[in-house]
Design a protein. Structure first.
Length: 234
């Protein structure tokens, strides 16, 4: 018996000294992925078996009362109004942006000094007069180009290394694309606001129909109870 135990201990020690086989770790288990991602075809709850034979039983049913007196439509209308108000703030910000982009900061003052009339025989004076008139001529460059486009004289290139920002064609192309994106955003916001208003109007119509049906059912239920009480007393 002692020999067997000593041999068993020796085998265990040798097994520990031998290199162990490496096993690949088992993949993690995600129980929620084992379920079907698609919803079931039928409701997981059994359908109600109650069939109302009178208006009174229909009104007294708690599930019916909850359906007709739920605040869900009011909450949806409140959420829709909140989204419309948020879009109104966005539209005002976009309108102010376009206003700022179209403002010309280099306007000529109205009280500018008049250029005195020069004699025809003075050639230098005429040249100076033309030069001053050219300098005072209004700049027809769009204000938005003055804000975003980098300009420099043709005979004096920029001192830094040229890049796509220093190319006038590339600058103009980038600016036009950016303005197009802003216009599309404004159009999408306007369409989104219109759809929200349609949803709000639809919610109002549904609530009016629901309340009308509920009032009619309650009136008939009260009439039924009155008839039952009259027949019981008669």
């Amino acid at each position: 018996m002692d020999d067997w135990e000593s041999e068993e201990r020796a085998r265990k020690r040798l097994k520990l000294l031998l290199p162990q086989e490496r096993r690949s770790p088992s993949p993690p288990s995600l129980p929620h992925l084992e379920r079907s991602p698609s919803p079931p075809l039928v409701s997981p709850y059994p359908p109600p078996n109650v069939q109302h034979l009178s208006y009174a039983s229909f009104v007294m049913d708690k599930s019916v009362t909850h359906s007709f007196r739920s605040n869900l439509l009011d909450e949806l209308e409140h959420a829709t109004n909140t989204l419309i108000e948020g879009e109104a703030i966005m539209n005002r910000a976009m309108g102010r942006l376009w206003q700022v982009l179209n403002e010309n900061s280099d306007t000529v003052s109205e009280d500018a000094s008049l250029i005195p009339k020069q004699e025809d025989g003075d050639g230098d004076a005429n040249e100076d007069d033309v030069t001053r008139r050219i300098d005072r001529a209004p700049d027809l460059t769009p204000p938005i180009h003055k804000i975003f486009l980098l300009t420099y004289p043709l005979d004096n290139p920029p001192g830094f290394e040229p890049s796509h920002f220093s190319s006038p064609e590339r600058q103009l192309d980038t600016l036009e694309k950016s303005l197009t994106t802003l216009r599309e955003l404004q159009d999408d916001g306007r369409e989104y606001c219109e759809r929200l208003q349609e949803i709000r109007d639809g919610l109002g119509d549904i609530r009016a129909q629901r309340d009308g049906i509920w009032d009619m059912v309650r009136e008939r239920a009260v009439k039924e109870l009155h008839e039952v009480a009259y027949n019981a007393t008669g």
